[in-house]
Design a protein around this ligand. Structure first.
Ligand SMILES: Nc1ncnc2c1ncn2[C@@H]1O[C@H](COP(=O)(O)OP(=O)(O)OP(=O)(O)O)[C@@H](O)[C@H]1O
Ligand SMILES: [Mg+2]
Length: 359
């Protein structure tokens, strides 16, 4: 539910003139107003629609307000509905107590003061809206954290496999070679050729350690800064993926940013390019890094098939950990992310405010 979505307010009174006057009073709140002429009619509505606030007359002929409140409270789906009783007679403390036991939330006595009624209904309507927003956000959070755990497991499995199948095998073979060299009765030539083979195995192992550690944290980032690390990554990406990817930066000598921000931007490019490879079918991509006054702008474009409208609007279920993670990282720096279709292709753009010192 969005921050401005309307909620339903059910007004229950056996007198049409009263319903009309509540409608006039509450009209300016801009919520959906539903009228019911009896307790039974109100129950009918409640079963069909989600209602945030019920405004009801305490004394109605068929089912009085308290009885209706009782029935509402017994139903688990209705337990969060706020109830405002309107009573023409003076309510004794005992009556009030009866109402509260049933979970009633508020009372208003007649003559109704329009401002008071409006204020009370508006507070409950907002509360309901916020509760529902929170539920939606919680649901989204649960979904994302489940995916995050799965993604972490996948990554660990991948690293474990690379360590075992790649590095582990090379080192095991190198050890066998060394053991062979140490065995007595070997000719000098055999020892030399085994040592050469052993050396190239260790070379491959070193390269694998480097690529695994680059994957976990690109060392160039700390040493040479964002621009060079990205340049290097983009070149590697072009080779690995076959997608001709270029990188531009403005100014060409890009200033250093804080380590956290450089890492965040690097991760954004990694994720955006991985997405280009996995989802876009593009043949070209362009990464642009711009330092414009008080903000850093990073964009990743491709010439592929573009994103769905739901993804562009970050709708729940249409973005994964990738884009969800980018958004979260960037918002931690008070930045913004924009997804766009550029026909052909798509654009991921992030804007992060920076102080003039660059952090
Ligand atoms: N460059 C792109 N071109 C076309 N579609 C894209 C592009 N980038 C993202 N998408 C769409 O947006 C969706 C969400 O991307 P996101 O990175 O959040 O999740 P994912 O890549 O599916 O999974 P993961 O959580 O592993 O990253 C993708 O499933 C894909 O449909
Ligand atoms: Mg992704």
């Amino acid at each position: 539910m969005g921050a401005n979505e309307k909620v339903n307010i059910l007004m229950v009174d056996d007198q049409p003139s009263k319903l009309l006057s509540y409608e006039v009073i509450l009209g300016e709140l801009g919520e959906n107003l539903i009228k019911a002429r009896s307790g039974r009619e109100a129950l009918d509505y409640l079963l069909k629609t989600d209602v945030a606030v019920v405004l009801m007359d305490v004394s109605m002929p068929d089912l009085d307000g308290f009885e209706l409140a009782d029935m509402i409270r017994q139903h688990p789906r209705f337990q969060d509905i706020a109830i405002i009783f309107i009573s023409a007679v003076h309510l004794t403390d005992l009556d009030r107590l009866r109402g509260y036991e049933q979970g009633a939330v508020d009372y208003i006595s007649v003559p109704v003061v329009p401002e008071l009624l409006r204020a009370k209904v508006s507070v409950f309507a907002d509360l309901n809206r916020k509760t529902r927003q929170l539920e939606t956000l919680n649901e989204e959070l649960r979904r994302l954290s489940a995916r995050l755990i799965a993604a972490q497991d996948d990554e660990r499995r991948r690293i474990a496999r690379e360590l075992h199948d790649g590095l582990g095998q090379e080192l095991a073979a190198a050890k066998m070679m060394v053991d062979g060299i140490l065995r007595p009765g070997q000719t000098a030539e055999r020892k030399e050729s085994a040592a050469l083979e052993c050396s190239s195995m260790i070379d491959r192992a070193v390269r694998q350690v480097r690529s695994i550690s680059h994957l976990l944290h690109p060392p160039l980032l700390d040493e040479l800064g964002l621009q060079s690390a990205l340049q290097f990554y983009v070149q590697g990406f072009t080779t690995r993926s076959g997608i001709a990817t270029t990188m531009k930066s403005d100014p060409p000598e890009f200033p250093r940013l804080s380590a956290e921000m450089e890492t965040a931007i690097f991760r954004v490019v990694q994720e955006a390019l991985t997405n280009v490879l996995r989802h876009s079918g593009a043949s070209k991509a362009l990464v642009e890094l711009t330092h414009a006054g008080t903000q850093v702008v990073l964009s990743v474009r491709d010439d592929g098939k573009g994103m769905s409208e739901k993804t562009i609007q970050f709708q729940a279920g249409s973005v994964g950990i990738g884009i969800g993670g980018i958004k979260q990282r960037i918002e931690e720096f008070n930045g913004r992310i924009l997804l766009k279709n550029t026909d052909p292709g798509s654009l991921v753009e992030v804007m992060i405010p920076v102080s003039s010192s660059g952090s």
